[in-house]
Design a protein around this ligand. Structure first.
Ligand code: P70
Length: 457
C-alpha cells in the first residue's frame, strides 16, 4: 500500500474549542500580538512548538504508574540511565528537568568571559545560556542553509571550513567545546549528515577540543541519514543514532522532543571531572543526581519514550506527515523553506510578505495573521527571536532568515487537522497584501520573543 497511516489508534481525546474571527481579534489585542500570551484554550490547532506537546503512549502512561518516587536511587532513574547509556555510550547521565537546565549547568562550568562556543546554529535557549555565562555564541551554518528555496539533503550541516578557521585562530584556550545541533532547529529543522558529524568530530579532536551534540531531535536526524545518506539504507535507526553519539564527548538533551515526554532532559558526558562539577551544580538548582528536576514517573516515561522514538514505522509516519504539509503548501504557491524539516514546516516570511521590511517583523505579522484567520498558533523564528535592536543607537540587526514555524506535536494531530492548516494558510496567502508590519512596544533583556509585546503598524 502507498498510503502511510498514523501507526497508532486514539484511546483518549481532548476536545478542541472553536473561536470566532471577532473573538480572535480581541484575543490578539489582549495578548499584545504575542502568541505566547494566548490561553491554549483559545487555540484551535497549536503548532507553537513540538516541545513537551507529544501524546504519550499507553506504554508510557503505564510506566507513569510504575514510576519509583524514591528521593535517592529511584529504580526509574536507573532504567533511564541504562537506556541512555545503551543509546549514547556516554559514561555519566545527569537528569535535568528540561534541555535548558542541562545547558545552564554545562555552560556555567565551561563558559565564561573570553570563551567562544561554535555551533552549526544555536537555538534560542542554547545561545542565551552561552551568552549569560559571558561567552560568545558563534553560528557556523553551511552557506546553502541561507537559501530557503534550494533543496539539498543536509542543509543543517556545520560549515567545516569556517570551523577549521575559527579553531585554528582561537584554539582550545578560547574554545571550551564545539556543539552540533541535530536536527538544526534554527535552520528549518534541517538534518546533519553522518559525514558532517564525523568530520566535525575529527576537527575537534585534532585541536584537542571536546565535541558535544545538542541531541533534542536525534531520532529524526537519524531517520534522515537512513533515507538520504548512501550506505545507511539498511542500518537500523538505533545503530545510526549510536554511531552519531559515538563521535561526541557528550550531549545535552531535551526529552520534550524526541524523548516523547512532556517534561525531562539530561546532560551526558564522558569526562569524570566535568560530571562531578555538573552534579555539584545539579544538587543546588535541580535536585539529587538520581532525579534531577524530575519526578520518578517522568523518568520512567522518558526511558520508555527513548525506546519508542526509534521505531521505524513511527519515524516514517513522522517525517512523511510533516512533508505532506510542506508539499501541499508548496503546491498552493506558499513559500516554504525547502526541503521540509523533521519536526516542522517553516514558512519563508520574507517571500510571503515581501512588502514588510525586516525591522517590521514580517514573521510576527504572518504568525498573527494565521492565528486571526483560523485559530492556528505558530511561532516566529526570525528577527523577533534572533534579531537585535541596540538600546542606545536604536540600530536594528536582522536575523539571517525570517520564518514562521509550524511545529508538529508528535502523535497529536491527524491528517484532517493538517488539511485544515493547509486551507487556512492558503487563504492567508491569497490575502497577503493586506497584512501590515509590527512594532515592538515592550521587550525584556533576554529571550525577548517569549514576553515581548507588539502593535500592528
Ligand atoms: C522549540 C523549543 C528547545 C530546544 C531546542 C534545541 C535545539 C535546546 C532546546 C531547549 C523551545 C521553544 C521555542 C519556541 C516556542 C516554544 C518552545 N526548543 N536545543 O520549540 O530545550 O525547551 O527542553 O529547555 O530546540 O524548538 P528545553
Amino acid at each position: 500500500m502507498k498510503t502511510i497511516i498514523e501507526p497508532f489508534k486514539i484511546k483518549s481525546v481532548e476536545p478542541l474549542r472553536f473561536t470566532s474571527f471577532r473573538e480572535r481579534e480581541a484575543i490578539l489585542i489582549n495578548a499584545g500580538y504575542n502568541l505566547f500570551n494566548i490561553h491554549a484554550d483559545d487555540v484551535l490547532i497549536d503548532l507553537l512548538t513540538d516541545s513537551g506537546t507529544s501524546a504519550m503512549s499507553a506504554n508510557q502512561w503505564g510506566g507513569m504508574i510504575e514510576g519509583d518516587e524514591a528521593y535517592a536511587g529511584s529504580k526509574s532513574f536507573y532504567r533511564l540511565e541504562q537506556t541512555v547509556k545503551d543509546l549514547t555510550g556516554f559514561h555519566h547521565i545527569i537528569p535535568t528537568h528540561q534541555g535548558r537546565a542541562a545547558e545552564k549547568i554545562l555552560f556555567s562550568i565551561i563558559g565564561g568571559e573570553g570563551k567562544i562556543v561554535p555551533n552549526n546554529t544555536h537555538f534560542d535557549t542554547t545561545r542565551a545560556n552561552v551568552e549569560i555565562s559571558g561567552a560568545q555564541a558563534v553560528d557556523l551554518p553551511v552557506p546553502v542553509s541561507l537559501k530557503p528555496d534550494v533543496k539539498e539533503d543536509f542543509k543543517g550541516n556545520m560549515n567545516l571550513k569556517a570551523l577549521n578557521n575559527l579553531l585554528g585562530k582561537k584554539g582550545p584556550q578560547r574554545i571550551p567545546l564545539v556543539m552540533l545541533t541535530v536536527t538544526n532547529n534554527s535552520n528549518a529543522g534541517q538534518p546533519v549528515s553522518m559525514q558532517n558529524i564525523r568530520a566535525t568530530s575529527e576537527l575537534c579532536r585534532n585541536y584537542g577540543i571536546p565535541f558535544f551534540l545538542d541531541a533534542c531531535r536525534f531520532a529524526e536526524n537519524a531517520y534522515f541519514i537512513k533515507i538520504r545518506e548512501p550506505g545507511y539504507e539498511k542500518t537500523s535507526i538505533r545503530d545510526i543514532a549510536r554511531e552519531m553519539f559515538s563521535y561526541a564527548d557528550g550531549c545535552t538533551m531535551s526529552g520534550k522532543k524526541d524523548g516523547l515526554v512532556n517534561m525531562g532532559g539530561f546532560l551526558a558526558v564522558n569526562d569524570d571531572e566535568l560530571a562531578r562539577n555538573a552534579r555539584n551544580l545539579l544538587v543546588v538548582t535541580e535536585g539529587f543526581p538520581t532525579y534531577g528536576g524530575l519526578a520518578g514517573h517522568d523518568l520512567e516515561a522518558f526511558a520508555r519514550g527513548l525506546d519508542e522514538v526509534l521505531e521505524e514505522d513511527y519515524l516514517k509516519y513522522r517525517v512523511r506527515s510533516v512533508s505532506y504539509l510542506g508539499e501541499a503548501l508548496d503546491k498552493s504557491g506558499v513559500p516554504i523553506y525547502q526541503p521540509p524539516g523533521g519536526h516542522a514546516i517553516y514558512l519563508d516570511a520574507k517571500a510571503f510578505l515581501p512588502h514588510i521590511p525586516g525591522h517590521e517583523y514580517p514573521g510576527q505579522a504572518l504568525a498573527c495573521a494565521i492565528y486571526l484567520a483560523g485559530g492556528i498558533r505558530t511561532c516566529e523564528i526570525g528577527s523577533v527571536m534572533f534579531g537585535k535592536t541596540d538600546p542606545h543607537s536604536g540600530e536594528f540587526k536582522a536575523a539571517r532568515l525570517e520564518m514562521v514555524r509550524l511545529a508538529i506535536p508528535r502523535r497529536v494531530y491527524t491528517q484532517s487537522h493538517i488539511d485544515y492548516v493547509i486551507e487556512c494558510i492558503g487563504e492567508v496567502f491569497q490575502k497577503r497584501e493586506k497584512i501590515t508590519g509590527m512594532r515592538i512596544v515592550y521587550e525584556p533583556p533576554v529571550l525577548r520573543h517569549f514576553t515581548a509585546r507588539f502593535n500592528p503598524i
